[in-house]
Design a protein around this ligand. Structure first.
Ligand SMILES: Cc1cc2nc3c(=O)[nH]c(=O)nc-3n(C[C@H](O)[C@H](O)[C@H](O)COP(=O)(O)O)c2cc1C
Length: 277
């Protein structure tokens, strides 16, 4: 429910200017009318801009509203340095990722924008060794099966001219499978945690919302000194596998699809340089 405390409201009109659903309207008589409050998308802009706390939205109780500490914000130079220095550092060790770091990475993901503030991105963290092993095994099984089909001579003859790029990946997949047999988890870069970004199958902005959340999380990981690598292979395999099986492997809610997966871990060393792009 939305309401205005008329004793506190100064009719400054800020709520009217920011509301994406055009709900508050400052009327000529000097009051603020609320038109179709039922279409509120719960973005919280109204309570965040109200200078006197007159705008009340029961989606945001008082203890959920915080002042912005501008002195804590990074300078443009420091933010640019973070962006430039972020790399997919694949030197992941078995050292554990601090719990607080994982919590901050997840919180950063939650603050990303979502279409119509629908916040349908589900984040699932996998840290259990057996479950990580299972993701690696299922991923490689999927791609080895696909490679065998692709390399079947009649299929290769027809497909290779069109799918050359895909065929270029086959030697790397074979090498990964060999490393897996030696006890490594190459396709997940030996990650000690996987963060799965999923959204309902029928939600059309799933890819956008998940990958915006990914990028927030990846910059937070970089600033915490935690390695992150985009798990494109795993995401593709699990997306194509779909259904109950992929949901079980990745711990996603029923009916969800994975639109991004982040491999996380503590690096053996940090990069000291970045190259131009
Ligand atoms: C959609 C996508 C899929 C990716 N898939 C993988 C992957 O499966 N394995 C991997 O090691 N890196 C993967 N990466 C990481 C890219 O290789 C990496 O971002 C790129 O080489 C640039 O390097 P940087 O991230 O260090 O700047 C992927 C990146 C993106 C955006």
């Amino acid at each position: 429910m939305i309401s205005i405390d008329n004793d506190k409201c100064t009719r400054c009109g800020k709520c009217q200017r920011v509301c994406p659903a055009f709900i508050p309207v400052v009327e000529k008589e000097g009051s603020v009318a609320l038109r179709h409050p039922e279409v509120c998308i719960g973005c919280g802009h109204c309570v965040d801009v109200c200078p006197t706390g007159a705008f009340l939205n029961d989606k945001f109780p008082e203890d959920s509203i915080h002042p912005i500490h501008r002195e804590l914000l990074p300078s443009p130079e420091s933010l640019m340095e973070l962006i430039r220095s972020r790399r997919s550092n694949r030197t992941i060790t078995s050292n554990p990722i601090p719990k607080e770091s994982l919590e901050m990475i997840i919180e950063a993901a939650r603050y990303a924008p979502t279409a119509q503030n629908s916040r349908q991105v589900h984040l699932h963290l996998i840290t259990d060794k057996n479950l990580l092993h299972n993701v690696e095994a299922e991923n490689l099984r999927f791609f080895m099966r696909l490679s065998r089909i692709m390399l079947f001579p009649p299929i290769k003859a027809i497909c290779k001219p069109f799918l050359g790029k895909l065929y270029d990946e086959v030697p790397a997949l074979m090498a990964m499978n060999e490393q897996f047999k030696l006890g490594q988890h190459p396709s997940i870069c030996n990650a000690t945690a996987l963060l799965v970004f999923s959204a309902p199958k029928g939600y059309s902005f799933g890819p956008q919302d998940c990958n915006l959340a990914y990028q927030n999380a990846s910059l937070m990981a970089e600033s915490l000194g935690v390695s992150q690598v985009y798990m494109g292979f795993v995401q593709t395999a699990m997306y194509m596998m779909g259904g109950k099986r992929a949901s079980q492997i990745l711990g996603m809610p029923k009916g969800h699809k994975p639109f991004a997966i982040m491999g996380l871990g503590m690096p053996a060393f940090k990069y000291t340089k970045y190259t131009d792009r």
